[in-house]
Design a protein around this ligand. Structure first.
Ligand code: SAH
Ligand code: SF4
Ligand code: F3S
Length: 439
């Protein structure tokens, strides 16, 4: 009889891709995906712990499965990811939810198959949370679920230790995959027809830093992938402002395939707070980097992350953040309320900001960004841009610009996932509307 699985993913793209690897394992064992957990024989929760809200969501979802599992005793439930890499949280999950069969962390997630077979054969619970092994995980075949886009890990872990952030604790030290392996994976993906490849790392600009020969940096990696034959867009996440080099920016500017979208999280616009955050750059350095980028890539599409309410953030510090946003005019901005993470240095810092103020600040921040985005959208009117058609619903075709903006495309006779030229003639909320045109 056909067996089914469902994977529930929280957190960033890194987790989305890791879920694809777990799906790959399950598919290889003959399981197929189901949208409804009631039909699932295996349910996997791939968790995130970057903010308290992510943890609460995961715990709520796991708890909600209890009555279903009561009805379906053979169902296997696994909890993995960043939250269960934290020893305390892993133990909490194991104790609080006795109906969960498997708990494991990020460092050994490539061993999921072993754990699943152990539960099936021995009918025993499995608890496997291990410390960082300092070596690269074994790559598991992915069952890709992100449509036209394929995620590719280029490195794991982070060495930056921003004082608010739990990621270095749950993802371990920085480790880069060999360049030949990454390029070969990308080549295969392009040949398979993927139109977009996104390279993943917590700080892609330090790719290769751990290689002994001192060779193979991020700029070289980008160049190698850009040289591949075929029509595709190459993207990457995430760049750290202290490490984004002029060399990398030049490679992007001169490339055939690399997207002009750069995500450069600034976190805040006050030097005092940046220092407390251990970000290792100043506002002046950041703005100079932005100018440098714009000088090589005038049509760059910039996005950023901002944390409001970091301990010690005054009204004046917050105003500096708004000033910086007005100067840079990002295309996209992700605003977060600071969340205290156990074990990070910021947890113990003085002058924690009350929630009411944090909420006020995030609302103000997002309102400013909405204004900027509205104005920036007007700049597209009348322009012809390259758009990747990705979906058709009824008589409407949906696409995405190289920088991730959604486009509704009229006049499409034959739909297939492919690039077309679109003349933009209208705007609706956060979507551009246009007509397909020849060259
Ligand atoms: N390595 C990436 C992504 C880190 S997590 C980077 O450096 O950008 C993604 C975002 O979550 C961060 O950029 C930061 O803005 C936010 N974040 C991390 N820890 C947080 C915390 N404790 N509270 C609120 N937001 C946080
Ligand atoms: Fe966290 Fe900073 Fe590393 Fe990003 S660079 S993952 S924010 S410690
Ligand atoms: Fe990503 Fe969340 Fe882990 S943001 S790295 S899934 S803590």
């Amino acid at each position: 009889m056909q067996k089914y699985y469902k994977i529930v993913t929280f957190g960033c793209q890194m987790n989305v891709h890791e879920s694809e690897k777990i799906a790959g394992t399950l598919e290889s064992l003959g399981y197929r995906e189901t949208k409804d957990e009631k039909d699932a024989d295996v349910v996997v929760f791939n968790t995130c712990c970057v903010r308290g809200s992510a943890e609460q969501k995961a715990l709520g979802n796991i708890g909600a499965l209890k009555p279903i599992k009561k009805q379906k005793k053979d169902m296997i439930i696994a909890v993995c990811g960043c939250m269960t890499q934290e020893a305390k949280m892993a133990e909490y999950v194991y104790k609080t939810f006795p109906f969960v069969n498997i708990v494991f962390g990020t460092h050994n997630s490539y061993r999921f198959k072993e754990y699943l077979l152990e539960v099936l054969e021995k009918k025993k619970r499995v608890f496997k949370v291990v410390d960082d092994e300092q070596k690269l995980p074994i790559e598991v075949e992915s069952f890709r679920t992100s449509g036209h886009n394929a995620w590719v890990n280029i490195m794991y872990g982070c060495n930056n230790f921003c004082t608010y952030c739990i990621v270095p604790f749950v993802r371990g030290r920085e480790k880069s995959r060999p360049m030949e392996e990454i390029v070969a994976e990308c080549k295969k993906l392009v040949e398979e027809g993927y139109k977009e490849i996104t390279l993943l790392g917590q700080n892609v600009n330090s790719y290769g830093n751990t290689f002994k020969n001192g060779k193979n940096n991020f700029a070289e990696l980008l160049k190698e992938i850009d040289n591949l034959e075929g029509e595709f867009v190459l993207k990457f996440l995430t760049s750290h402002p202290k490490d984004l080099s002029e060399e990398v920016v030049k490679v992007i500017a001169e490339s055939k395939h690399i997207s002009h979208m750069i995500h450069l999280p600034v976190q805040c616009g006050s030097d005092k707070i940046l220092k407390l955050m251990n970000r290792n750059y100043t506002v002046e350095h950041y703005l100079k980097t932005i100018d440098m980028i714009k000088s090589y890539i005038p049509d760059v599409n910039l996005s950023t992350d901002i944390i409001v309410g970091f301990p010690g953030e005054t009204e004046e510090d917050f105003e500096s953040t708004l000033e910086l946003i007005k100067k840079v005019r990002y295309n996209t901005l992700f605003g977060f309320i600071y969340s205290k993470r156990t074990g990070t240095p910021a947890e113990k810092m003085e002058n924690q900001v009350p929630m009411t103020i944090k909420k006020e600040r995030v609302n103000k921040l997002l309102a400013l960004q909405r204004e900027i985005e509205k104005e920036k959208f007007q700049e597209f009117l009348g322009k012809t841009i390259k758009v990747l058609m990705i979906d058709r619903k009824h008589d409407k075709v949906f696409g995405k610009t190289d920088c991730g903006i959604n486009v509704i495309i009229n006049g499409v006779e034959e739909f297939k996932v492919d690039f077309v030229n679109v003349k933009i003639n209208d705007i609706k909320n956060t979507k551009l509307i246009g007509e397909i045109v020849d060259e």
